[in-house]
Design a protein around this ligand. Structure first.
Ligand code: UT7
Length: 328
């Protein structure tokens, strides 16, 4: 019997219609389009509509995914939702999304690994397919960063946006799909990138709200350095372990946190920018959403058999790289 691999058989996404331009942010904080573009490469980002939450964006993306893959919602076995901005503490966003789309035979759960969440969730979902346990696993990356962004802090409010991407994972016997991954976590990075309150360490109180502890905090420079190192080193190790050179790689899909980080990772790998998926100028950093949104946008250019490396770095610290053979 041939080995079962976990192939991505479809990809879809959802980004809110409301665009927040750099000019709008210039009215809120002391910044400029020139600074934002030259330091980050971000031109605009999206903001979710009133009354919507993470599961609404996830449901919109997954409905589209079901149409594209000709799947009935009742056929889904499992949904894993990578997010750090779920609708509420519980129920989890995957469970709420399953309900919204009518996935009545599925179970679901959330996975929190910040900007590396989609990679961690994809690797997790792939194991269930490879083991033969499930036939249809939906992996979602969704974040509503506008809800934890302090729009008086110029160092962070220019970076983040809202968005969602989703993929379908199914068994494959041609050796296509997820091949290998190197994933890492190091809680020692928590000092540089975190949201202090809302958990068991600092439960919500008047004091935590007054002290702005429910907003994302980031010390940009150390995170920048660690991101370049973490993404580059795991990509290199992954290629070596699979006896691949950069010439064998058709596409690199980097987490979209900063255009300068993306360029540094490209330089390190020796890949020309034509091989690097980039859409940070349109959406900013959507945390767990960036990689599946990139795959969704670049889908028409991907070909069956293409080697694709997904690479990410985020709060935790969490980071890693995953090698895929595109399946369609
Ligand atoms: O996705 C999770 C992982 N996150 C990341 O990978 C993000 C990593 N970090 C970064 O992308 C960059 O560090 C930032 C974009 C956050 C900041 O860029 P930087 O080139 O590292 O700037 P900096 O923090 O060193 O600040 C340089 C100067 C400072 O002014 P002084 O102290 O030199 O007078 C900042 O106050 O730029 C100032 N600055 C701004 N000026 C205009 C910071 N933010 C802004 C702003 N507009 N929005």
């Amino acid at each position: 019997m041939s080995k079962i691999t976990a192939a991505i058989t479809g990809v879809a996404g959802y980004v809110p219609e409301h665009i927040v331009t750099n000019a709008e942010l210039e009215k809120l904080v002391n910044t400029s389009d020139e600074w934002i573009m030259s330091r980050t490469g971000i031109k605009e980002r999206r903001r979710i509509q009133k009354g919507w939450a993470a599961s609404d964006m996830a449901a919109a993306a997954v409905r589209d995914l079901l149409v594209k893959t000709k799947t009935d919602a009742c056929e889904i076995d499992l949904m894993i939702c990578a997010t750090v901005t779920g609708d509420m503490k519980f129920p989890d966003t995957a469970t709420l999304t399953c309900h919204k789309i009518g996935a009545n035979n599925a179970f679901g759960y959330d996975l929190a690994a910040a900007c590396s969440g989609f990679l961690f969730a994809l690797q997790t979902g792939a194991q269930f397919i490879m083991a033969g346990t499930y036939k249809k696993v939906v992996v979602v990356g969704v974040d509503v960063m506008s809800t934890i962004t302090d729009y008086t802090d110029r160092t962070t409010c220019i970076l983040f946006g809202d968005g969602c991407g989703a993929v379908m994972l199914e068994p494959n016997t041609e050796g296509l799909g997820v091949q290998d991954a190197i994933l890492r976590s190091d809680g020692g990075g928590a000092n540089w990138l975190h949201m202090k309150a809302g958990g068991s360490l600092h439960p919500p109180s008047h004091e935590t709200v007054d002290k702005k502890m429910h907003y994302l905090f980031q010390e940009g420079r150390p995170v920048f350095k660690a991101a370049v190192n973490g993404m580059s080193s795991t990509m290199k190790a992954l290629m070596e372990r699979n006896q691949l050179t950069i010439n064998d790689i058709s596409w690199i899909t980097p987490h979209q946190a900063n255009k300068r980080i993306i360029s540094a990772v490209a330089d390190f790998s020796g890949a020309p920018m034509e091989k690097i998926m980039v859409n940070i100028h349109k959406y900013g950093n959507t945390t767990a959403g960036t990689i599946p949104i990139c795959l969704w946008e670049y889908e028409p250019q991907l070909k069956k058999g293409d080697n694709v490396i997904l690479t990410a770095f985020g709060g935790g610290f969490t980071w890693g790289s995953l090698l895929l053979k595109w399946a369609y």
